[in-house]
Ligand binder design. Sequence first.
Ligand code: HEC
Length: 441
Amino acid sequence: MFKTTFWKSIFLLFFQTIKIFSADKITFSEHISPIIYKHCAICHKKNGIGPFLLTSYESVIKRGNSIKLATGIGYMPPFYADTKYSHLSDVNQLTENEILLIKNWVDSGMPRGKNPSPIFEYKLKVDKPDLVINFSQMNLKGDSKERFFNIKATYELPKEKLVCKCEFEPGNPKLVHHANVFLYTFTQNTKHNVPPYFIESDIFDSNFKIEDYLKLKNADGTPAISSHATIVDFFPGMGSTSYPKGINKSFTMAAKGAFFANSVHYGATSKNQVDKSSLKIWFCKDKPKRKVFGHAFGSPTHKITPSFPILANKTATLSTWVDFKKDISLLSIQPHAHLLATKIKMYAVTPQNIMIPILKLNNWNFLWQRVYKLKNPLFIPAFSKIYLEGEFDNTSKNPLNPNFPPKNVKESILTNDEMLQGWIDFMGYEKGDEKIDLEQK
Ligand code: HEC
């Protein structure tokens, strides 16, 4: 034990020394541009969601110090899952070595190196959708306030269609933080294209029924059929979750329906802006081989223990669980909570009491909610309990606590109340699923 630690220290000392001596040899062209273009430019590009460009030497040196800071504290890139806990797809994190390289490069005056230095190459994918559905235009006031809108877009088709791929396209990518879209199906004879088409989240209380307000109902007052789980999720810089060919979250678009984007999160803006987001839809060419199911659990449908409220000036660990009667292959997870949450964990416990780690977020960040896709489908045996656990800090030490002084916080979809919710994608288990690489397109 002593020996390995000793040699590790000698090795590290040697390693750090090399870094310090070679700091002035670190150049943008050779060392820094590959890191920035791989990990940052996907968002910090023209029409990307990052607030500025990081696509050339000139654009990067303008931000040297804030880049050093944001990468040093692990704030950027915004991928907050603990990759030692579970194997995930599309991991976007810097290694210790890359963080140190950036720091040393900035500290040594950001030398360019080879001139001209590489610039970020835009890769444009052209895959024309079969159908585009437009959401109403949102007019966003320039009062520097975060906003949440619930928006519906109705449609009508000659006959029902099976959809194999669906993407949410933000109209104003700098402003749209995330969106989760559900589908409502109307009975054939109902008049469905009726206003209102949107409502801001903050103006209703928890007794308010959004289906009533937005008329997500048949003309006779019976409820339209909801997809329950999301049919598409949007997370900035990532697009929609997709699975390898033949594995589809396919769904049927009935002849009459409405897409409902729940709590589309708009970032704060200091000038008036508009957003006109849309859905791109691809109908299935072949029958999908494997069907992906979405499922939501936790708030407000499942029991949370201990129950809400979260008491003022206290921290609390809440948990909820779900189980399935059949073996499943878990594909992706999206935990959801609000401002008091600090940590989130998801794991399964099999009937034989074996723990299967799924996801761990050591720093819950309300602004960066996203879908975490597993690297390979994860086998969860029938009757395992899938637990979702959240740590909440309702003290004044939590800088995001919306209440000063803190007060008891109840369960509801409003941002200043709390939720503990998990959305998962899965398919029925088949032998060999563990070997599928979910990063494959
Ligand atoms: C998934 C998209 C995305 C990726 C990837 C990303 N950024 Fe950002 N970045 C943003 C957005 C959006 C903001 C503004 C909102 C915020 O600060 O959270 C931001 C803010 C920043 C800021 C300002 C932070 C502050 O408030 O002072 C810096 C600096 C930054 N990014 C650098 C980087 C660097 C360097 C990388 C790569 C190592 C990177 N970003 C990767 C989207 C991204």
